[in-house]
Design a protein around this ligand. Structure first.
Ligand code: NAP
Length: 475
């Protein structure tokens, strides 16, 4: 283990535990061990559900929940650089992107504290019908119950924050299973919640075989809701296996962006280059498919390609690095195979297409047919396609030509075009003159079609994590 690496324990019922077995966490860039965590299994998962259920028997008042959330946000601020270094080390995320992630997690906790303090039911207008007259009725918003949370590797801090903070705001205890490759940020967040005064059992964090821990979360009836962020393949299977639970899914995308000829092409080119390759394309809303109106196609490429070539590849710990490694060698080989599939089907490689050391160079493909994996599946790597189109109808049809529907974008100076696209793009969110990779953490964020069935963003998440109970009073 490297001298700078961290050993962390798991949090179960307020205790920091070891299990006798360890998982090494390795840098995706160097392969060095950057930390290790105990390996948990089904037994620990069952004990964690016991603890969470016990904790919820004594509800935490909203003001206490809000205070804890605010304290965590403040601690993230104080330990900002240390947390960014942990994200960067375990995920291989360039430091500058890791710092943004820490600031965003602060925002997620802050917004969740607001929700904790304002969560309330509604009055029901009982005298609106004859049957209700003489009665008063309102709803209480109550926590849904124990939450099982499963998170992916690519935002190991902020996507865990989007599970933990709204759940606490809603008054739910959590059993969290973070991605095995990036558990250190999640365990640090657990440490901050415990230090902020979270009583035992309200948060339990287990790292270990996904199937074993996942099976307990699926099968134990006391887990009322599973909140999952990750791949569509895993997510939809979980939902099928738990038909009587709420299973909230935040899944992948094959993010399209449309560039109309009347757009500010310099701004569009800059935003495209930044958002197709940051964190080596390993964001669920990384730009993957660029559709450019034919009249602007050559000019856009002339502005875009030099910006792609100028991106700095290298060690994620280097301040200058824009593009680092993919999470593991299997992912790298898969991305290279998809590029190769496109190349042999006749696509032109306008940039990249090869390795730079162990890193996949930012790759731009032209003439990639819509049936190719790079055009319709989620690449999750530093690869995008560029395709000319003639009419907006054609661009929208191309953009919608995927099983995914998380976010899409359009660059145009015409309001009418922007609004037409916003109405017709089948996605959970549409950005105008901004990359579809944009996300502020208070936004409702989530997909349609295979991209999911829920919305995160604390104000939306707490609604999903609570149930309304009707109270009727005879006056
Ligand atoms: P993944 O392979 O689906 O893993 C996500 C989580 O599910 C991990 O914690 C994983 O555990 C766990 N898991 C795997 N198999 C499981 C099973 N059978 N039962 C229960 N849990 C299981 O996804 P990933 O590679 O980490 O993340 C990339 C994907 O996430 C991409 O598709 C990306 O688009 C999507 N994503 C979506 C959003 C969004 O908000 N919509 C945000 C970020 C990422 P292990 O790590 O132990 O395998």
């Amino acid at each position: 283990m490297a001298a700078t690496s961290t050993a962390r324990k798991l949090l179960l019922d307020g205790e920091w535990i070891e299990t006798g077995e360890w998982i090494d966490v390795r840098s995706p860039y160097s392969g060095d061990v950057v930390g290790r965590v105990p390996k948990a299994g089904a037994d620990e998962a069952r004990r964690a559900v016991d603890a969470a259920e016990r904790a919820m028997r004594e509800p935490l008042p909203a003001h206490k929940r809000a205070e804890i959330l605010v304290r965590v946000a403040a601690q993230l601020g104080r330990r900002h650089e240390e947390v960014a270094q942990i994200i960067s080390a375990e995920a291989g995320k360039p430091l500058k992107a890791a710092r943004v992630e820490v600031s965003r997690a602060m925002s997620t906790y802050t917004m969740s504290a607001v929700e904790a303090r304002t969560l309330a039911g509604e009055m029901v207008p009982m005298d609106a019908s004859q049957a209700g007259s003489g009665k008063l009725a309102f709803t209480l918003r109550l926590p849904v119950g124990v939450v099982g949370a499963i998170s992916p590797f690519n935002f190991p801090l902020n996507l865990v924050a989007h599970k933990l903070a709204p759940a606490l705001a809603a008054g739910c205890a959590v059993v969290l299973k973070p991605a095995s490759r990036t558990p250190l940020s999640a365990l640090l967040l657990a440490e901050l919640e415990a230090e902020a005064g979270l009583p035992a059992g309200w948060l339990n964090v287990l790292v270990g075989p996904a199937g074993k821990i996942g099976d307990v979360l699926v099968e134990d009836e006391r887990v009322r809701l599973i909140t999952f962020t990750g791949s569509a393949e895993v997510g939809w299977k979980l939902a099928e296996r738990a038909p009587r639970k709420r299973v909230n899914l935040e899944l992948g995308n094959a993010t399209p962006v449309i560039v109309e000829a009347d757009a500010d092409l310099e701004t569009a080119a800059t935003k495209l280059a930044e958002n197709a390759f940051s964190f080596a394309g390993q964001s669920c809303i990384s730009i993957q498919r660029i559709y450019v109106q034919r009249a602007a196609y050559d000019e856009l490429l002339a502005r875009f390609l030099p910006k792609v070539e100028a991106l700095a590849l290298g060690d994620p710990a280097d301040e200058e690095t824009d593009v680092g490694p993919l999470i593991d060698h299997d992912s790298r080989d898969r991305v290279l195979a998809w590029i190769e599939e496109a190349r042999s089907a006749g696509a032109d490689v306008l940039a990249g297409g090869t390795l730079h050391g162990e890193l996949v160079r930012p790759t731009v493909l032209a003439n990639a047919g819509p049936e190719l994996k790079v055009s319709c599946e989620e690449v999750f790597g530093p690869v995008c396609t560029v395709t000319p189109y003639d009419t907006l109808d054609e661009a929208i049809e191309l953009a919608n030509g995927t099983r995914y529907g998380l976010q899409a974008g359009i660059f145009t100076s015409a309001l009418e075009t922007a609004l037409a696209a916003a109405r017709r793009l089948e996605f959970g969110g549409v950005t105008v003159n901004e990359a579809p990779t944009f996300r502020a953490d208070q936004m409702p964020y989530g997909g349609v079609k295979d991209s999911g069935n829920t919305r995160e963003g604390p104000a939306w998440a707490v609604r999903e994590l609570t149930e309304e109970r009707l109270v009727v009073l005879e006056l």
